[in-house]
Design a protein around this ligand. Sequence first.
Ligand SMILES: Nc1ncnc2c1ncn2[C@@H]1O[C@H](COP(=O)(O)OP(=O)(O)OP(=O)(O)O)[C@@H](O)[C@H]1O
Ligand SMILES: [Mg+2]
Length: 291
Amino acid sequence: MTDQAFRLRELINVNKPMIDPANKDARIIAVSSGKGGVGKTNFTVNMAIALSKLGKKITIIDADLGLANIDILLGLVPRYTLTHVIKKEKRINEIEVEGPNGIRIISGGSGVMDLVNLSQDELDTLIESFEYLNKDSDYILIDTGAGLNQSVISFIQAARELIVVVTSDPTSITDAYALIKNIKHLGVNIKVVVNRIESNKEGYEVFHKINSATTKFLNYELESIGFIYEDANVKKSVKNQVPFLIGFPNALASKGIELIAYNLENNSKYDQPNGGFSKFIKRIFKSKDRS
Ligand SMILES: Nc1ncnc2c1ncn2[C@@H]1O[C@H](COP(=O)(O)OP(=O)(O)OP(=O)(O)O)[C@@H](O)[C@H]1O
Ligand SMILES: [Mg+2]
């Protein structure tokens, strides 16, 4: 082979994508909890950063109707939400906000609540606009609110994986169990993260408590994907509006998140293909009894 031909071949190989983007679907993961305030939003944001450090393209959907948590944590001020997309006032690429490490953030706004009540035309608009998120993301992380309302159930149903965040607080454990009991029939793969631990032993114990209950009473075995230590840097980061994975990359909490990201990417179970975002929206749509 001539030198030039060799270089050309090298160039082509470098530029050749590993996966054909046209056939690639994102992993859609809902992050939820039984009890509120256990660390879902901090987990979602920092997890997105950890995954992006592994070379992944991440989209976060803020589907928590309560406070605009994600934006506050990142110090961002999105002006538009999914409601504008549904009403055809904006295109999806006009409502997205870029966070750290190129993470794309989509605010649900009240549009999230309307998702199960869309007309066919509105649904079509959304399906079309979300298809591009799916093709352009490796992971779509959805921060849902705590507890169970129709909107949370819809998002969990639409995702193929659910991460339940729990702490050692007994109400967090019983509420996580209740959440799992109520959504188990949806067939999503349920993973557990124990947050705010003081020791690994505590993490194993909390996971064991929930898992033994679901195994015994629901005949369902959970997957542990890791623990995050109680860490004063988390609170500081919230105050500074800079995620701890960026502000305190060597903090215990950051190390925990990085390990979970690694586990998620390399060791965790998930079903592929998930059918992409159009299926995602259709599943949401179907989750309401319309038929
Ligand atoms: N690993 C941790 N170490 C110390 N503090 C933590 C940790 N994780 C979360 N926190 C504290 O808990 C607070 C609530 O976290 P976060 O907002 O992420 O919870 P949430 O589950 O999203 O709450 P909500 O249900 O209201 O949406 C944080 O502001 C922080 O002070
Ligand atoms: Mg939150």
